[in-house]
Ligand binder design. Sequence first.
Ligand code: DX5
Ligand code: ZN
Length: 217
Amino acid sequence: MIRIAPSILAADFTRLREQIAQAEAGGADWFHLDVMDGRFVPNLTFGPMVVSAVRKLTKLPLDAHLMMVEPEKYLEQFRHAGADHIIIHQEACIHLHRTIARIKELGAKAGVAINPATPCSTLTEILPDLDIILMMSVNPGFGGQRFIPATLRKVAEARSMASTLDLDIRIEVDGGIDTTTAPKVVKAGADVLIAGTSVFGTDNVEQAVRRLQQSVA
Ligand code: DX5
Ligand code: ZN
């Protein structure tokens, strides 16, 4: 099953309720929330308050993508705000094992994200503990960037690492996903498509989600 996770980063925040309902009507499976701290990435977005507002607008699983340094300080807050999946960056977390264990203790699914220049091999030791790998297919910080093709090889490598160990892991791809890149990443082994601009940057959100799903059917 291929899941579509629209990223609200590209949504119109004055019409969030409406846009979330439209994405759901189009068949969205999860919602993706991009938390940026202005330190790990050169942009600032939102924190747990917005996660808890979105929590009230949908029953679908919420994917909190923490693009921040020291994410371990805020796990409880994001979990209590209603995040079902908490994803931290390998590059931003010194004690990955401890932090992943804590996310699970809080009852959330745990994920690790890696940047385009970070090799898959940095995940070798933590892989058996993960529910989700998030493969950045652009440099994190902004929506609307172009997909980096070298990601395809990394997705295939991550999928093969997981299969070798017989692990049931979701592989999400994040950045520049549209109806052209989606089939390629799915073919490489991804099973969750995060999409901001190609969903919320259109004038028919419902149809955009449906088209994305159809492109990989
Ligand atoms: C980028 C974020 C992405 C972003 C993707 O740092 O992690 O989730 O919303 O946006 P698009 O789909 O526009 O590339
Ligand atoms: Zn993201």
